[in-house]
Design a protein around this ligand. Sequence first.
Ligand code: GUN
Length: 282
Amino acid sequence: MAPVIIDGKKVAAHVKERAAERVAALKARGVEPGLAVILVGDDPASRAYVDMKERDCAQVGIRSIDVRLPADTPQAELEALVDGFNADPAVHGILVQLPLPDGLDAEAVIARIAPEKDVDGFHPVSIGRLVRGLPALHACTPAGVMELLRAYGIDPRGKRAVVVGRSVIVGKPMALLLLQADATVTVCHSKTADLRAVCREADILVAAIGRARMIDASYVKPGAVVIDVGINRTDAGLVGDVDFESVAPIASAITPVPGGVGPMTRAMLMENTVAASEEASR
Ligand code: GUN
């Protein structure tokens, strides 16, 4: 049977509509949500992401405060900027685009962000609260994957979920969110023995490796839900970590690249910013 093609563009549009309604309710109470976006250096991919985030803010009604700094910005200056946004009641979310240029300590900058404004969900307090099962701002990409599963009625409870990749941005929070949703979760990585066999146990397989089309049909149990977080630039254009042509015929549902997980990350950033604004104005 043909798989369900999970439409991230559609779900992201819905999430943004929902966020826009909440923004309207906040504005009616005199609160204008504000998101500070800091880009250091001129990496073209990062600049493109940041530009898109600004467009999303405009669409949803969030005020975006952009700061673009040269690559040789001193650590102290970047941290002072974060301190200023932490103290500014008109700023509800702070996002420092990663990766930072060489010479800057991203860990220290992230730790500097007030956890209640950590709309990326990368702060140790945000991750720690997630581990403990407490309310927190969750990293946008894994939160977006959970939203896709919800939107398509895929309940992780009792399922075997395998996450390939253990990054702080995706793999680790993804595993924790699936665990919170009562899946039995395995996290795989570059040192995992017999990766193929572990992946074949998955009812829900999440690929977040960063290797173009690595996951082919031999990694996938027939009927599995396959979520492709990969965004790899190749000569053939933008491709995921999943070999869509080979996997789609045996999956029950699958995300395409582009148009799957990608649009969800920015939509969840809007949702996190709205949630932070609501929390601050309670
Ligand atoms: N670089 C790649 N993904 C992300 C993200 O989700 N947030 C930030 N701040 N930087 C990124």
